[in-house]
Design a protein around this ligand. Sequence first.
Ligand code: GLN
Length: 247
Amino acid sequence: MDYELNIVHLYPDLLNLYGDKGNIECLRKRLLWRGIGANLEKCTNENNYIDFKNTDIIFVGGGSDREQEIVCNRLLEKKTELTAFVENGGTLIAVCGGYQLLGKYYQTPDSKIEGLGILDIYTDSIKGDKRLIGNVVIENETAGKIVGFENHGGRTEIGSHSPLGRVISGFGNNGKSGYEGVVYKNLIGTYLHGPLLPKNPKLCDMILLRALKHKYPDFHLLSPLDDTLENTANEYIVKTFANQSDK
Ligand code: GLN
């Protein structure tokens, strides 16, 4: 194969709420279907190793505060390398709990979890505040309408960073700003849980294209795939929830 990407799934043993793992399968399959190699490694609590030099895409999912704290402590050991990976244009996709821990801190109702500080963002979860739960539709310039599901107690402030999208329906980063997620270089942080990429093939291809161009500057175009089913499902969800928020 002329091209290949190495994908690392961070702590699937601890952070894998609502099947975040489906995103890994989607990344792999959409490469393989195009004749592009896709290798997968897992970094777990027990086997806590990442070969950063040979890694193109890192994915981290979400989970409970307890598991999030364990992961955060493990990742703090790799803070320098992970920061360099992002600064040098490596692709990092972080969902919910994984997204929160890239910031300066995550204040839970009971304790303050120190974050990795890769992003200039922070998250507060105040006792008594309701959790932000439900279906979400957001709009991103390149990927169009992105659909997903969110469930978080934390409210995230992204400061001067760019969001992943404008909220059409749902809560997003904090239920107030009207924005969801964050994009910094080739890092995407988002509250959209579960099989985000299978539900949003355009977003998946946007991520793959960026990662391929970063590794192979001569790489131009991903060949098209038949996404009729995925797009029909996506449009149905957009119609259902975006219209609901108009009422
Ligand atoms: N524990 C975090 C919160 O409740 C993230 C939850 C999650 O990953 N779903 O805000």
